[in-house]
Design a protein around this ligand. Structure first.
Ligand code: C5P
Length: 438
């Protein structure tokens, strides 16, 4: 990947030398753009030696190749470390009075700014406002570390260690679709049915899995304990049945591994992202399996800067708003437009209460959501979340019951992978019972 590493005039510029080394050792092409004043701290020769690339600081050098435009256009990511208070102010104002600020202004590449300054400067309202405005514009500003600063003072304002910055860069450079999404399909995944054909061959199945995270501020979120295991098992089971599978992957305990070869993975984090991915991916899908634990609520407001403790011991009040019900919405869209998945499977995690049995609650949910099948998981302490084993009941809507000729919920207790197989078999049976046009 091509990374532009901007360096502004802070004593922490020496740490950027280590960062540049980590990046080049990883095989990235790193173009370093120091501000002219930063050369007082680390000289041009060091930067050229470490990056193996020519280094300039002004738009009047290398004019023939229009460097300030070219470097930014070719970059996959622009990182500025350290970013001084002065540089943040200049970026916020849209100034372009040296090669670094011109490159930042002329580029649409994602940008990561890593501030380093004295605590008083970091807390100065002018600097705070600059950081909030930059974040609102979609530029990522990392939180500085806390600790010993240049002089005898210490507090927030230290440049995070090069390894920490590198870890964030690695995350930002991760492809939206992991490489294994494009891997060749493995024929051995197919489990032929009695006619010798994988039962879902030529059918598209969309599985949602994992939990969602609803951000409160750049460092905090509301989340849930979904491990994503059941969803991964469902994607594997659908793949094994020969389907073309798209996994919309929320936050999971473990990343989808290479055993999901041939499965297209769409990573999402918030309920809104999941909603968008479901809309797009289900347009041409035959089956939707909504195993994701979607947050029902999200913070009404996102604070662009980290919410701070105040001196008066007061705690902030967080107002929540409802998230859309993605499952119900997909059912409604199908009813209104006649398009979308012919089979829609929902999940319900129920503990039951003193008055109502989990099965009864699931029955009510099936009716409320309008999906075709509803998989009931009994939850409680040490039940289901993150565990290998599960117990499920698969309830069918009235229409599905008659199509499947089934009047009782299907019950299964055992491993999550086998449970996934049972769910996929029920969905397949329902799909095959429908007229061929669907
Ligand atoms: O209402 P409840 O959260 O129990 O419903 C669970 C089912 O609804 C799951 O299939 C889940 O993926 C889906 N769901 C959704 N959108 C929400 C909440 C849940 O699609 N906002």
């Amino acid at each position: 990947m091509r990374i532009v590493l901007g360096v502004s005039a802070g004593i922490a510029a020496y740490k950027a030398v280590l960062l540049a080394r980590l990046l080049t050792e990883d095989g990235h092409q790193v173009d370093i753009i120091p501000t002219p004043a930063s050369l007082e701290f680390v000289g041009r020769a060091t930067w050229e030696a470490i990056s193996g690339r020519p280094v300039t600081t002004s738009v009047f050098e290398g004019v023939d190749e229009v460097r300030h435009v070219r470097l930014g256009q070719e970059a996959d990511l622009i990182v500025v470390a350290p970013a001084t208070a002065d540089l943040l102010a200049r970026i916020r104002a849209g100034m372009a009075n040296d090669l670094l600020t011109s490159t930042l202004l002329a580029s649409e590449a994602p940008k990561l700014l890593v501030p380093a300054m004295h605590t008083e400067m970091w807390r100065n309202p002018a600097a705070e406002e600059n950081v909030s405005v930059l974040r609102e514009r979609g530029i990522e500003v990392m939180e500085p570390a806390s600790g010993r600063l240049t002089g005898k003072d210490s507090g927030p304002g230290r440049l995070p260690e090069p390894e920490q910055i590198k870890a964030r860069i690695d995350q930002l450079l991760e492809p939206r679709r992991p490489a294994y999404a494009d891997a060749p399909r493995a024929g051995t995944f197919y489990a032929p049915d009695h006619a010798g054909q994988p039962p879902l061959l030529g059918r598209k199945v969309v599985v949602t899995a994992g939990g969602t995270r609803e951000p409160l501020d750049p460092v905090r979120y509301l989340g849930n304990r979904s491990s994503g295991k059941q969803g991964l098992a469902l994607a594997r089971a659908a793949r094994a049945a020969g389907a073309e599978v798209t996994l919309i992957a929320g936050v999971m305990d473990q990343a989808p591994g290479p055993e999901l070869r041939g499965v297209e993975v769409v990573p999402v984090e918030t309920a809104a992202e999941l909603q968008g991915a479901v809309r797009i991916e289900t347009e041409k899908a035959h089956v939707l399996i909504m195993a994701a634990a979607v947050a029902d609520f999200r913070p009404a407001d996102y604070a662009a800067a980290k919410i701070k403790k105040t001196d008066d011991d007061a705690a902030p009040t967080i107002t929540l708003v409802r998230n859309p019900d993605i499952l119900a919405e997909t059912v409604q869209r199908r009813a209104q437009t006649g398009t979308g998945p012919a089979v829609i499977v929902g999940f319900a995690a129920e503990t039951g209460d003193e008055n109502t049995e989990p099965l009864q609650l699931a029955q009510q949910k099936l009716a409320r959501k309008g999906c075709d099948l509803l998989v009931l998981n009994r939850v409680g302490e040490n039940l289901v979340f993150g565990q290998e084993d599960t117990e499920i009941h698969i309830l069918a809507s009235e229409t599905a019951q008659s199509a499947l000729d089934q009047d009782q919920p299907v019950h299964f207790a055992g491993g999550k992978q086998e449970a996934a197989g049972v769910v996929v078999r029920s969905a397949t049976a329902l799909l095959s019972s429908l007229p061929p046009s669907t």
